[in-house]
Design a protein around this ligand. Structure first.
Ligand code: GRF
Length: 261
């Protein structure tokens, strides 16, 4: 955190979320567990230096943070073994998700973006993520486009969730866009982030039917419930490392014998 002008953040060893405390510096051998990060690192694209141990998530959010909380709950309930939350960062200081991170005693930081050049703000966020040894960045309602420098700092290691079946209805108020268009099937998408809006390689999509009784609000509520399931599943797939990217296709690797790993 030194010399980057970060706002104060809180870290604690006590952790009501049941998550791992923050770790700084190099890991001791006694700390190291074989973990999915090794598989993540084994991917040819964008590999960082090998650092055994849990896969460390950096969560970026701007609002209420229900997707962040769903991820935290999945970790606590053992649905994402070998995964821990390293830091939660918000560009909005009074974001509900940031308060929730504080209540869970997770390391968190408010890095205000307002009135700052994108490159300067992104440089601070990158430095904060790196200082917390983040392996995988999860955008969870982070209302900012990432600069090319940000994408380059975490190649194929930034995920986003979007409340539509992309490429339909990118951008803001996707649920309302879908409802107003009259689609019969809506849903959510988890995808890698590239330099274009809501555009990167799709990891998974969860569809839901639009009911005749729906309005835009009820549809949003049901999509959000699906998002909470989808994000955990997408993180599990990515951190397993058992996939390859063929052109724009995210393809799970098959285990010997033909079953999906
Ligand atoms: C979600 O609908 C997500 O798909 C979109 O922003 C919203 C964030 O909601 N990118 P929350 O803050 O996670 O509750």
């Amino acid at each position: 955190m030194k010399g980057t002008g970060f706002s104060p953040y809180i870290s604690s060893n006590r952790n009501r979320a049941g998550l791992q405390p923050p770790r700084h510096g190099s890991l001791k051998a006694s700390d190291q567990k074989p973990g999915p990060l090794n598989s993540l690192d084994s991917r040819p694209e964008g590999r960082p230096s090998v650092r055994p141990g849990p896969t460390r998530l950096g969560i970026l959010l701007s609002g209420r943070g229900s997707n962040f909380l769903a991820i935290a709950q999945s970790i606590r309930r053992g649905r994402l073994p070998g995964v821990e939350i390293a830091v939660v960062i918000s560009n909005v200081p009074d974001a509900g998700g940031l308060k929730a991170a504080a209540e869970l005693d997770l390391p968190h930081a408010a890095l205000v973006s307002k009135s700052r050049p994108r490159a300067d703000h992104d440089a601070d966020v990158i430095a904060c993520l790196q200082s917390h040894q983040v392996d995988l960045v999860c955008l969870a309602g982070y209302m900012r486009l990432l600069s090319p420098q940000f994408i380059a700092a975490f190649p194929n290691k930034i995920l986003n969730i979007h409340p539509s079946l992309l490429p339909a209805f990118p951008g803001l108020e996707a649920q309302r866009q879908a409802f107003d268009y009259g689609v019969k099937v809506a849903g959510c998408t988890v995808h890698f982030v590239d330099e274009h809006l809501d555009h990167g390689v799709i990891i998974l999509q969860n569809p839901i039917p639009v009911l005749d009784t729906d309005d835009a609000q009820s549809l949003s509520t049901r999509i959000l419930a699906e998002e909470h399931i989808a994000y955990t599943e997408a993180i599990a797939r990515v951190t397993s490392g058992a996939y390859e990217i063929r052109d724009r296709r995210f393809v799970p690797k098959m285990a010997p014998g033909g079953s999906q790993r």
